[in-house]
Design a protein around this ligand. Sequence first.
Ligand code: AMP
Length: 190
Amino acid sequence: MLNIILFGPPGAGKGTQAEFLVERFNLLHLSTGDLLRSQIEAQTPLGIEAKKFIDRGELVSDELVIGMIEGKLKKCKTQKGFIFDGFPRTVAQAEALDKLMVRCGKKISGFLALEVGNAVLIERLLERGKTSGRSDDADVSIIENRIEVYNVKTAPVMNYYKAQNKFFGIDGVGSIAEIAERLANVVSAF
Ligand code: AMP
């Protein structure tokens, strides 16, 4: 049973690549960004709260995000493997995920970190902003804040998985197909 974390800074290509891995390895996709955006669309209290942070390029609280993932893992014992995309984004979230996986009788198979430099990230996000309808993709200062938040709060998550020998760095620059192949090669060996 594969349970994969797809990690990387904003604009690294996590969403795009998660779709390939879902197909190829028959996984269930859990993207906290997508889940939060559906809550915003449905104008739930959770969505209204989360939007304040998302619009500024800040992280939503650990409590809120962990609660959301916990809900999605309710029937985890009988579900197929998972691909976590955009989660965990803090060390506290990584610790909470480990506990939730224990409760499911599962463990994280591997942590795949897409590596992309800042200039390419900003270029990709601005390009995506033209069509994504995401306000957090449309403004350079918000994008820069997301990258700063990533460096300060999210990048330390890498050390958490390095300490567990689950870390795999993947070059995230190239064609979508090339990057998908790099990821698949690593996952096939899990
Ligand atoms: P994403 O679609 O993964 O780029 O996420 C969009 C935004 O949703 C982020 O900039 C955060 O504001 C929020 N978000 C998504 N996932 C998380 C998470 N695991 N923890 C905190 N905030 C999150």
